[in-house]
Structure formats: structure tokens, C-alpha cells
Design a protein around this ligand. Structure first.
Ligand SMILES: CC(C)(COP(=O)(O)OP(=O)(O)OC[C@H]1O[C@@H](n2cnc3c(N)ncnc32)[C@H](O)[C@@H]1OP(=O)(O)O)[C@@H](O)C(=O)NCCC(=O)NCCS
Length: 164
């Protein structure tokens, strides 16, 4: 019994994002980004026909099925972009970023996407490692692109992956 308790680990499923998820997703977004997107912002994006997303939900929590991460993407005429991706503070390094991105890449291909882009802060090494492992390469740099809360500017990388 005690051994089972020690071996307990969280399990997750990756499911399509729905309107009802937006409040929880907004909260997760606020944990990881300096400017939180509101649930209304998520909803208005999700309602666009070319936008889709996935949510990672823990399936073996005691009282609920908490959202642990999300990805939101858009595909138009063969070209796609990752709009945002994050996992909650408590759920890092469990493979969820990988699984969410794989779900987004698969869905993009199924919608006819031939190439997918994303933007990432050059200092965000955890995200850049994930994207490189998924086959993204850097195709452009945008110096002084992001403005931090203190007014300091930082570089953005544009990364790309072919899906054909
Ligand atoms: C970037 C972010 C989404 C990564 O999510 P995560 O769930 O912690 O990452 P994962 O556990 O999936 O990946 C962790 C590592 O395992 C690798 N990995 C995971 N599953 C894998 C698999 N099945 N096969 C191969 N590699 C895998 C990842 O590439 C990564 O490698 P590293 O050890 O060299 O860093 C997360 O850190 C985050 O939310 N950051 C804040 C928000 C953010 O920066 N978003 C991106 C903005 S552009």
C-alpha cells in the first residue's frame, strides 16, 4: 500500500481546447507570462475558424481534472503559427510541452498545413530546446522585439518547421 503511494504519478490526456476551458487556460497563462491573456481573449481566438488548441488535463487528480497546460495555433492557407504554449508551474518537465506541441503539429498537418512558425524570446532556453527537438530551426531574429515590464527590450527568434 505504502509502496503504491510512493509510486503514484500524475497521468494526463491531451484533448481539444473548448470554450469552457478558457478560464482555466487564462489562469495557467498568467502563471507563465508577464501579461496574462484574459479568458475573453482566449475565447475570441478560439472562436475563429482557423484557430485550434489542445489542453493537457490530469486524469488521476483526487477531486477534479485540472488543466496542466495548453497550446493554441492558427492555420491559414497552408501556413500555421503557434500562438501560445505553456504548462502550469506545477507541471513542468513531465513531457507535456512535447505532447501538446505534437498534437498541434498533427492537427496542423491534418488541416493541410505545410509549414509552421513560432516566435520565442532568445533567452527562453527551455522552450528553444523543446522546439529544436521537435525539428524547428531559427529563420530570423528580431532584436529589441519584446518589451519587459521594466521597459527592457529583448530579442525574439522566429523558428520554422516544414510539415510536408
Ligand atoms: C517551454 C515549456 C512549454 C516546456 O514544457 P515542459 O512540459 O516543461 O517540457 P517537456 O517536459 O515536454 O520537455 C522537457 C524536455 O524533455 C524533452 N522531451 C519531452 N518529451 C520528449 C519525447 N517524447 N521525446 C524527445 N524529447 C522529449 C524536451 O525537449 C525537453 O528537453 P530538455 O531536457 O533538453 O529541456 C514550459 O517550460 C513553459 O510553459 N514555459 C513557460 C511558457 C513559455 O515559455 N512558453 C513558450 C513561449 S514561446
Amino acid at each position: 500500500m505504502f509502496d503504491e503511494y510512493l509510486q503514484w504519478k500524475p497521468y494526463f490526456e491531451i484533448v481539444p481546447m473548448e470554450a469552457d476551458d478558457c478560464r482555466e487556460i487564462s489562469e495557467l497563462h498568467g502563471q507563465r507570462f508577464p501579461r496574462q491573456w484574459s479568458d475573453g481573449e482566449f475565447l475570441s481566438l478560439l472562436l475563429q475558424p482557423n484557430v485550434f488548441g489542445f489542453v493537457a488535463r490530469q486524469t488521476n487528480a483526487f477531486f477534479s481534472r485540472p488543466a496542466a497546460g495548453f497550446v493554441l495555433a492558427r492555420e491559414v492557407a497552408g501556413e500555421a503559427e503557434i500562438l501560445t504554449v505553456a504548462v502550469g508551474n506545477k507541471f513542468g518537465n513531465l513531457g507535456l510541452g512535447w505532447r501538446l506541441m505534437q498534437a498541434a503539429l498533427r492537427e496542423t498537418s491534418q488541416r493541410g498545413g505545410e509549414v509552421i512558425f513560432l516566435e520565442v524570446e532568445a533567452a527562453n532556453q527551455a522552450a528553444i530546446r523543446l522546439y529544436r527537438k521537435l525539428g524547428f530551426t531559427t529563420v530570423a531574429e528580431r532584436p529589441a522585439y519584446y518589451a519587459g515590464p521594466d521597459g527592457e527590450r529583448s530579442t525574439a527568434l522566429v523558428m520554422k518547421r516544414d510539415l510536408r
